[in-house]
Structures are given as C-alpha cells and as structure tokens.
Design a protein around this ligand. Structure first.
Ligand code: UVW
Length: 353
C-alpha cells in the first residue's frame, strides 16, 4: 500500500506533459573528473545552482550528473576515522525503534508482518514483510520529487524512479552512512528555558533555537555531520495508550513538532555540510505540512539538495546520556537496506559514544 503522503506528492508529479518532456541533462563534471567532497570546492548555498538554467536552491550536478549520494558526499573517509575517535565510553544507542512500534503505522502505511515457520524441533527462518517507511526510516532520494519542477534529485524523472529507481535507489547508500553524529536536544533546550512545549502538537523548532541549543550544549556543527534533532515526539508517543495511538494515526489527526522549513534552515545545513538530518518526529518538519507548498522541507531537502531526511528515530536515551557526560557528538553507523532501487529504508543505525 502506498502512503497517503507519498501518493499526494506523486499525484502532482507525473503529469502527461512532464512524462513527454525529455529529461534535461546537465554536465558540469564528468564522472572521471569527480573528486571526493573533501577535495573539491563546494559552492556555498548562495552560489547554487551551479548553472543558471537549473532550479533555484538546487545542488544538482555539484557531485556529478550521476550522483546518488547528495549530501552524503560530505561524509569522507577522513571523517569516518575522526568519528571513530569519538568512541570513548563504548556505549551503543540504537537509533531505530522496533519494527511495528507504531500501531497503526502513520500516514496510512501497512503494518509489518512477521512469520516464523515452525520446523520441529527448530523454528525455521522468519519472514518479515514490511513497508520500509512503517517506522524509523531514512527517506531516500527517490521518495519525493519537487512539486513544481517535477523532478527528483539530480533531474531524475518520475518514470526513472518508477522504472526501477536505478539512479536514486537506496542501494547507493549501502556503505555511505557512517560518520560523526551530533545531537541537538531541541526538546531539552526548550524545557531548560521553561518554554512550554507539547510534543504531540504542531510546534516549530526555529533555526535560532537549534543554534541556541548547540551553544548551550557547548557543541559545534562541523563539516560532514549526521545531525540528529530531538523534538520529543517519539517519547511522548510511546507513553500513549493503544487507543490514543490509534486515534492520532490518521493523516488528518496527526500533529507533530518539527524543524523550521525555511530557505535559511537548508542554507545553514548546506553551508555547514550537514550530511543528513534525522529526527524523532514523523516528518522532520512540523506536521501537518502542505505538500502543495514548494517551500516545505521535503522539497527543499530531498529533490533540491539531496539531503537525506530521517524520521521516527529513538533519541531520548541518547539525549539523557549526552546530558550526563555533556558530550553530544559520537560516531553514527547506519547501514540502510541493500535493496536495488529501494525508495527508503529503516536506518539500521547506532550511535556509539
Ligand atoms: C511525509 O511525507 C510527511 O513523511 P514521509 O517522509 O514519511 O513520507
């Protein structure tokens, strides 16, 4: 079953006119010219796009015409080595929730099924059948195309995504998602300031608040960071009764906090070379969000910048530990499913301190 949110987006994207148009090609770099992000000069957000005929605020072509990593290119081999140096206590925090934690899943997604084949005196292998977005997830770059440009990251068309998603499939990320993580405890910051916050309502964490939280933590946003932002949604959801969870799950009932969906927000992330952003809320940005509005974060991040969005992460135990030792940086290891052409994936992620 396709999610309501996704079908709303796709309903707009594949107009007949768009399908008949030949996809534009851009050629700043050839693949043989490609350097790693640490070697190449990355344009600032203000310098984007790299050619005048490309959509405003897009990073298409920056990492090559055939790139499928987007901002993950900010994660480098040196960054992995540096991240490993952050491992000091040996504590490991699982960042994705147990499959099936959301009952029912949000956005009309199908629930996961798990079956064990009895084979006395053993239990033979399990079958797990699930929507890759039924719970904690990275949105892949084939998940959302831009509502007006009718293109996915790097000018990929809806037909290319539906026809196997070879260009933007999640398989491209199979060994890319490792690096320095930084937690911004935006929820904790609000609480410490005595600012009332209802994590099950639509609240916007502004860019100014994220910066203030970083400062309060004594943290720094370094290039090549996998950013994690705690909004408080997940831990509040987990405390609800089964009946309350059922009541808030329908799209029209769901309300959640998230980060400000502004040009300034994505400019800040791009200019600081944020590689990905994961949050403990359903949509990274506050929900409801209007998918007919091209200013929402899903469009600014996924199709325009190639910035992976992570949703429904488990961040409270990590935040509690960071508050104790005052270390908000750690190594993140995420191994998305190695599924050819996959649209999204559970993060299969840990933070190691
Ligand atoms: C929304 O579209 C709101 O969320 P997702 O990225 O899970 O589809």
């Amino acid at each position: 079953m396709r999610s309501v949110a996704t079908s709303q987006v796709f309903a707009r994207v594949p107009t007949r006119h768009a399908r008949e148009r030949a996809p534009q090609r851009y050629s700043l770099y050839t693949d043989s010219d490609m350097k790693t992000a640490s070697e190449m000069k990355i344009p600032t957000f203000e310098e984007l796009p790299i050619r005048k005929d490309l959509p405003a605020d897009c990073a298409w072509g920056v990492f090559g015409n055939d790139d499928a990593g987007g901002c993950l290119n900010f994660l480098t081999a040196e960054g992995v080595v540096d991240a490993a140096r952050l491992v000091q206590s040996g504590k490991v925090f699982r960042l994705d929730a147990k499959m099936g934690f959301a009952r029912p899943p949000l956005f009309g997604r199908a629930p996961a099924e798990h079956r064990v084949s009895p084979l006395a005196p053993m239990a033979n292998d399990d079958f797990v059948h699930f929507n890759t977005q039924e719970g904690s997830q990275w949105d892949g770059l084939g998940h959302v195309g831009h509502v007006r440009h009718e293109r996915f990251y790097n000018n990929v068309t809806i037909d290319e995504v539906r026809g196997g998603n070879a260009k933007l499939g999640i398989h491209h990320w199979a060994n890319k998602f490792v690096g320095r993580g930084l937690l911004i405890d935006a929820f904790g910051h609000r609480k410490s300031k005595g600012i009332p916050v209802n994590p099950l309502d639509r609240e916007v964490y502004t860019l100014a608040e994220l910066k203030a939280a970083i400062e309060q933590q004594g943290s720094a946003l370094k290039p090549g960071t996998i950013l994690l932002v705690r909004t408080g949604w997940m831990e509040s959801y987990e405390k609800l009764t089964a009946e309350e969870k059922r009541a808030l799950a329908p799209m029209e009932k769901l309300r959640s906090p998230g980060i400000e969906a502004s040009r300034e927000m994505v400019a800040w992330m791009w200019n600081n070379r944020v590689a990905a952003i994961g949050t403990d809320c359903p949509a990274v940005e506050a929900f409801p969000s209007d998918f007919s509005d091209e200013g929402i974060l899903h469009y600014r991040a996924l199709p325009l910048l190639g910035l992976p969005l992570g949703e429904l992460f488990v961040l409270a135990p990590l935040a509690e530990d960071c508050a104790v030792d005052r270390r908000y940086e750690f190594m993140v290891v995420s191994a998305p499913l190695n599924v050819q052409g996959g649209i999204a994936s559970p993060p299969n992620a840990v933070a190691i301190k």
